[in-house]
Design a protein. Structure first.
Length: 691
């Protein structure tokens, strides 16, 4: 509907990315360029005008608006390539972050060519000027400052709704909204006394009660014998619609469209203000970073629209809880951030206050939520838990980004410890960030110095026979000891070392697999290797994988490559093409963490995979959770329909194993059978299994 509105507006409206390329164009602009709206996407102005100089100016203007991070009104000239005549525009440019967190700028352009031409003839006869302005439908006013008489053209009367009468300056002032009178009076005083430019926007109340926004500008046209302003002339435009559109754009720029909570852009501003206030008032503040546990399960089971409804209800609960104590924003997906203000001046008490508030949030969020859908006949009562990490602050030197890092780090500790909990830290968490920074700097050297190794976790069939293993990378740091796999992978991806780490794992796996295949009692074993999305996105991915494997001259049908759904998010066609090459080469492909993504089910018909792995989150709840049982059954049935092997990971207890047996799952993996072992310990396990 918004596109239809923009297409109906007879002025150029466009959205450009940070490189000045079109993301959106309304029909008016496309017609002006002799193109179609959809054909303008991804292109620059020069592709249509051929004018490199003008195109470069437009591109630099977009970059400057993004750099300044605030809306800007600019005056621009566009040369008609067919006639060579200039067209003048007043462009209102508003920067914002799109849903992918990329910088964009939306531009509302208003052609003022006619007005610019008219202004060039300002010294011509007043009647000609008035007649021309009548054609342009702009309100003209002339004010004699000595006797306070004001003359208007008919369009001033049309815009303001004031009938022609014995006009005076006081009549004009009576129309101004009370809240805006000081703005107008100050601007007029500066115009009269200091000859400063008069160019402002304010609200006027028409006699019919309608409040409108106007753009009013003027200048001193004549001085009296004492050099004082005698005649002042100006123009007024009704910009109510523009203001409405501007407010809509600002709402999109600063507020989440689904929940109407502040988004990350406004969150950053609120955090800066909270940091300053906490220091000024000598009172601690706190940032709480939290997300909803197993939110993806709701999406996968009942659909995204139900997930959206839950997010809306959670947002409303949060607003009610936080009101009067701070603010709350939607950070993205199922993540929210709350800012608490005016806590105690001592860190111990402030931490306890923040912890108590976090527990209150957890309790309120966990209350049953009623969800219904008219898309499908669904009415359910749903309960969801939340994990919360937080940090208190009072230092003026801390930045919003650093606070969010610390709160996110606290959240990581909660989720790593089992979720559904709250943990508040003070700024001593800086040490943890410093440790992460140190790890980032030393990873490359550790990779070269042999600090990385492989651990193996066994994979078993229903008879509890060892049939293979999964290779898991481990990092034994010289100073910090073993680094958690989650942190290892996160750092490697962040500093673009995931490809070298992945290559290391593949080399090690091929070495191990070749050794197994040299013995009759172990040559049947399979070995799985995890691939990250960043590896697969590399242009030379398939050549690199096949090139490494070819060095070892082994039966590569026993090598399993495990991928996750995130591989497919950027370019599914490219991913499928690459996976087909590996499949045709004879490698066995597995889809890991199945059931936790947003769209896994729809991918199966296109993916060249051999097996799916049921995520351990479903196995954890298989004993008591009927929804988890239903999900496992659905995954198994789906896999059987596609003739796929089924693997259950995360089997930690005998009860879980026994609960899974009726589903006839092919392969099992988890602590119930064996934790990940170093190579020597796993070789001993092989000896015990096949002796």
């Amino acid at each position: 509907m918004i596109k239809d509105i923009f297409d109906a507006i007879p002025q150029p409206i466009m959205i450009k990315d940070h490189e000045g390329k079109y993301i959106f164009s309304n029909q008016y602009l496309a017609t002006l360029y002799g193109s179609k709206a959809e054909e303008m996407l991804g292109k620059e102005d020069v592709d249509f005008t051929g004018n490199k100089k003008e195109s470069e100016y437009f591109k630099n203007s977009v970059k400057e608006v993004i750099k300044q991070s605030q809306p800007e009104i600019v005056y621009e000239t566009f040369t008609d390539i067919e006639t060579g005549k200039p067209h003048h525009y007043q462009s209102y440019k508003v920067p914002f972050l799109n849903s992918a967190k990329k910088h964009n700028v939306i531009i509302f352009a208003h052609e003022i060519t006619e007005l610019s031409i008219l202004k060039g003839y300002v010294n011509r006869a007043q009647k000609r000027l008035v007649d021309a302005l009548d054609v342009s439908q702009e309100g003209l006013w002339e004010w004699n400052t000595k006797n306070n008489t004001v003359l208007h053209n008919k369009w001033w009367n049309v815009i303001t709704g004031v009938k022609k009468s014995d006009e005076s300056f006081e009549e004009f002032q009576r129309c101004i909204l009370d809240e805006d009178k000081s703005i107008v009076n100050d601007a007029i005083t500066q115009l009269i006394e200091e000859n400063k430019p008069y160019n402002i926007e304010f609200r006027m109340k028409r006699p019919d009660g309608k409040v409108i926004w106007v753009w009013d500008r003027g200048r001193v046209a004549e001085l009296d014998e004492n050099g004082k302003a005698l005649w002042v002339v100006g123009l007024v435009d009704d910009i109510t619609e523009k203001k409405y559109n501007q407010q809509k754009v600002e709402s999109l720029a600063y507020y989440d469209a689904l929940t109407n909570l502040p988004n990350r852009v406004l969150l950053d501003k609120d955090l800066k203000a909270a940091i300053e206030d906490s220091y000024t008032n000598d009172r601690y503040g706190a940032v709480l970073f939290f997300d909803l546990d197993r939110f993806k399960f709701l999406n996968d089971t009942y659909g995204h629209h139900m997930g959206d409804r839950l997010l809306i209800q959670v947002a409303n609960r949060l607003k009610n809880i936080i009101e009067g104590h701070g603010s709350v924003a939607r950070f993205g997906g199922d993540e929210f951030v709350a800012i608490l203000t005016d806590l105690d001046s001592t860190p111990e008490i402030a931490t306890k206050q923040a912890q108590k508030f976090a527990e209150k949030i957890r309790k309120k969020i966990a209350a049953v939520i009623h969800l219904s859908s008219e898309i499908k006949d669904i009415n359910i009562e749903y309960s969801i838990t939340t994990s919360i990490g937080g940090v208190i602050f009072k230092s003026p030197d801390i930045t919003p980004d650093r606070l969010l890092q610390l709160a996110d780090l606290a959240l990581y500790h909660v989720k790593n410890g089992g979720k559904n909990d709250a943990l508040i830290f003070d700024l001593n968490m800086q040490k943890e960030l410093d440790r992460t920074s140190s790890l980032q700097k030393s990873m490359r050297d550790s990779l070269e110095n042999g600090d990385f190794c492989i651990h193996l976790q066994g994979k078993y069939n229903q008879q509890k026979t060892l049939i293979g293993a999964e290779a898991l990378v481990r990092w034994e740091h010289p100073e910090y000891g073993f680094i958690s796999p989650l942190k290892l992978i996160g750092i490697a991806e962040e500093i673009n070392l995931i490809v070298p780490v992945g290559n290391f794992v593949l080399h090690q796996a091929c070495t191990i697999l070749k050794a197994w295949q040299s013995k009759n009692n172990t040559k049947h074993l399979t070995l799985a290797v995890n691939l990250s999305a960043q590896q697969i996105w590399q242009e030379d991915f398939t050549d690199n994988i096949i090139g490494i494997i070819e060095q070892y001259k082994l039966d590569h049908s026993k090598l399993i490559l495990e991928i996750t759904e995130s591989v497919l998010l950027r370019d599914m066609n490219d991913a499928v093409k690459k996976l087909l090459i590996l499949k045709n080469y004879g490698l066995y492909l597995s889809l890991d963490d199945f059931g936790t993504g947003y769209s896994s089910l729809s991918y199966l018909k296109s993916l060249p995979i051999d097996e799916i792995k049921i995520d351990k989150s479903f196995v954890n709840d298989i004993i008591d959770d009927s929804q988890a049982k239903m999900m496992v059954k659905s995954i198994v049935d789906l896999g059987n329909n596609f003739n796929l092997n089924i693997v259950s990971e995360g089997v930690e207890t005998e009860k879980q194993f026994n609960a899974l047996i009726p589903y006839n799952i092919d392969v099992y993996q988890g602590f119930y059978f064996s934790k990940p072992l170093d190579l020597a310990s796993f070789e001993q396990l092989l000896i015990e299994s096949y002796s």
